[in-house]
Design a protein around this ligand. Structure first.
Ligand SMILES: Cc1cc2nc3c(=O)[nH]c(=O)nc-3n(C[C@H](O)[C@H](O)[C@H](O)COP(=O)(O)OP(=O)(O)OC[C@H]3O[C@@H](n4cnc5c(N)ncnc54)[C@H](O)[C@@H]3O)c2cc1C
Length: 543
């Protein structure tokens, strides 16, 4: 009989896809002993995500990936074309938000390789490939999981928390009694990725032909992707064969002009479960929600999960927050994930109606609506995209300074440090909570004991000031080179507490700094819903 090896860790992540890997990078950054496992020996190399937005890139920045960690291509616009009406829709995606391009394309295997390289640099993360989680039990005081490798050997892992990042067919989802609810909107699409395309396009186009809806886009490395919707009666076998691929691509080029990298039929679904966690177990990424890719948000949503979850686990495990704060993960993330699924379904219906009459009516209406300047801006400038702002969760509700939203992301700007280095402002905030002064030093107003407690908890204090002003302070000061933070986000004399995931926790005039800090510590110590999880046992480093 094979012996059973035992291991202990603070967090066990089941699934080393991009979401599990990003979560591991973040937990590593927060110094949380973690084991990440995958039943596969190697990363999945089939065509999948191709588009990421500025929010995803900001999270990857947080996870430690530099701008050149994996190839990406900025997309200046997305256009929608009807065979009956010509171009009827146009979305501007040129430029950047929060220091990152609004929309880029990339190759998912290259991103996954970059994330894995980053994980390898983190001593507190242990990776077990070729290990499948076959039994998981939340024992109240800890989670016990049994893994099986290819040779049938078993390993038992005791962890304080377990995260199921095990994809759409998640095993962990069933363990917490969840299943995907709602209609699935199942649709089959043939995805063709090609290399060496002679004259690649520089934008994304949706060919909204009801006979054969086809999104088409370029990607780095001379790649292009076509996505062809399958009609009734068409099968994977007939669609993926050489003759059919050549026929479908003929309106653009002949197959001898390029190299077909991959072709695969995928079935897209739109589904979300009713809860992202139970007890000591949470779900992240496709395990919790899946969406058709029409707005390029499946992986992006999973990265948002990772950013939201990682610091909360770290704060609980490092005794800086009550276990109950984990309840805010579901409260904050699920409504937004559902809103993105709804947008993808809406886009699918609007952009790709199934018959000519409906297509002419819908596309004609979109074209008409865009005549009205306000509505045109709404459609063309991504106003239709749900804002990543929490309605409830771990922040102080209420009004914020003009350019800040409590429960929303603090803007990111390019800033200059005292030594002249120019960095993005998230780098100035560090990896933990930060008390930020806008043109003011908040440390001066805090009682010495509270200031010491804040600093000893590992939290930061920084000041952003008008470019060129160098106030004398005891804390790090950064010049806001373009006025994005001061005065656009908040006026001089304002302070804000920013969470490690860059969400604004609370804010107010500097005279309130003491109360804002105290309030933050109170929320962390005893957030509503603290009865969700019992106190944790002390569990040691990854074995
Ligand atoms: C054609 C296509 C196009 C897409 N386009 C976009 C896009 O443009 N933008 C975007 O944001 N998203 C897009 N997506 C979605 C995106 O690819 C997924 O959201 C993303 O891959 C999900 O990552 P994940 O880590 O949650 O899951 P996965 O990548 O599925 O990883 C799960 C991992 O868990 C492992 N695993 C499963 N069960 C176990 C177990 N019991 N024990 C151990 N390991 C286990 C698996 O081996 C796998 O490695 C697209 C998807 C498809 C199919």
């Amino acid at each position: 009989m094979n012996s059973m090896e035992e291991m202990r860790t603070a967090v066990l992540i089941v699934g080393y896809g991009p979401v599990g890997a990003a979560l591991a990078c973040l937990l590593g950054r927060y110094n949380v002993p973690t084991i990440i496992i995958d039943k596969a020996e190697t990363p999945f190399v089939q065509p999948r995500a191709i588009a990421l937005d500025n929010e995803a890139l900001r999270i990857l920045q947080m996870a430690g990936l530099g701008d050149d960690a994996f190839p990406r291509m900025a997309i200046p616009y997305v256009k929608m074309h009807s065979p009956f009406l010509g171009e009827f829709g146009h979305v501007n995606t040129a430029g950047s938000i929060d220091g990152h391009p609004k929309l880029v394309t990339f190759a998912q295997p290259e991103l996954e390789a970059a994330l894995r390289r980053q994980v390898e640099t983190l001593p507190c993360i242990k990776v077990l490939l070729g290990h499948e989680a076959v039994t998981i039990e939340d024992a109240g005081e800890a989670v016990n999981a049994i893994l099986r490798d290819r040779g049938g050997n078993q390993t038992r892992i005791h962890s304080a928390y377990l995260i199921g990042a095990d994809g759409a067919a998640s095993f962990v989802r069933g363990v917490i009694g969840q299943e995907f609810v709602g209609r699935t909107y199942a649709e089959d699409w043939l995805i063709i990725d090609a290399l060496n395309v002679p004259k690649p396009i520089d934008h994304i186009e949706f060919i909204c032909d009801p006979k054969r809806p086809t999104p088409h886009m370029p990607a780095p490395g001379g790649r292009e992707r076509w996505e062809f919707m399958l009609a009734r009666g068409e099968t994977r076998e007939t669609m993926e064969n050489d003759a059919n691929v050549a026929r479908l691509l003929r309106p653009w080029l002949t197959v001898d002009q390029l190299k077909i990298e991959r072709r695969a039929v995928y079935r897209f679904h739109a589904r979300c479960c009713d809860s992202f966690g139970k007890g000591r177990i949470c779900l992240a990424g496709d395990a919790a929600h899946i969406t058709p890719p029409f707005v390029g948000q499946g992986l992006v949503a999973g990265l948002r999960d990772a950013a939201n979850l990682a610091w909360k686990l770290a704060a609980i495990l490092q005794d800086r927050a009550a276990p109950g704060i984990l309840a805010s993960y579901d409260a904050e993330r699920r409504p937004h994930a559902k809103a993105m699924i709804a947008l993808a379904k809406l886009m699918g219906n609007l952009v790709m109606p199934r018959n000519a009459a409906r297509a002419i009516a819908v596309h004609g209406a979109i074209r008409m609506i865009r005549v009205i300047p306000r509505l045109r801006r709404f459609f063309d400038d991504l106003g239709v995209k749900p804002q990543n702002r929490y309605r409830t969760g771990l922040f102080t509700p209420g009004r914020a300074a003009r350019g800040l939203v409590r429960g929303g992301q603090v803007p990111q700007a390019w800033v200059r440090a005292a030594d002249g280095t120019i960095i993005r402002s998230d780098g100035a905030l560090g990896s933990s909570f930060a008390l930020v002064g806008f043109g003011v030093d908040p440390a001066r107003t805090l009682p010495a004991e509270l200031l010491r407690h804040w600093i000893e908890s590992g939290y930061g204090i920084v000041q952003f000031c008008h470019a060129g002003q160098r106030p004398r302070t005891t804390i790090p000061v950064f010049d806001d080179l373009e006025g994005v933070l001061v005065p656009k986000a908040a006026p001089v004399g304002w302070v804000a507490v920013i969470r490690p995931d860059r969400v604004v926790m609370t804010d107010g005039p500097v005279s309130d700094a003491q109360e804002l800090v105290a309030e933050t510590l109170r929320l962390l110590a005893g957030a509503p819903g603290t009865d969700m999880i019992k106190p944790r046992p002390r569990i040691g480093a990854a074995a």
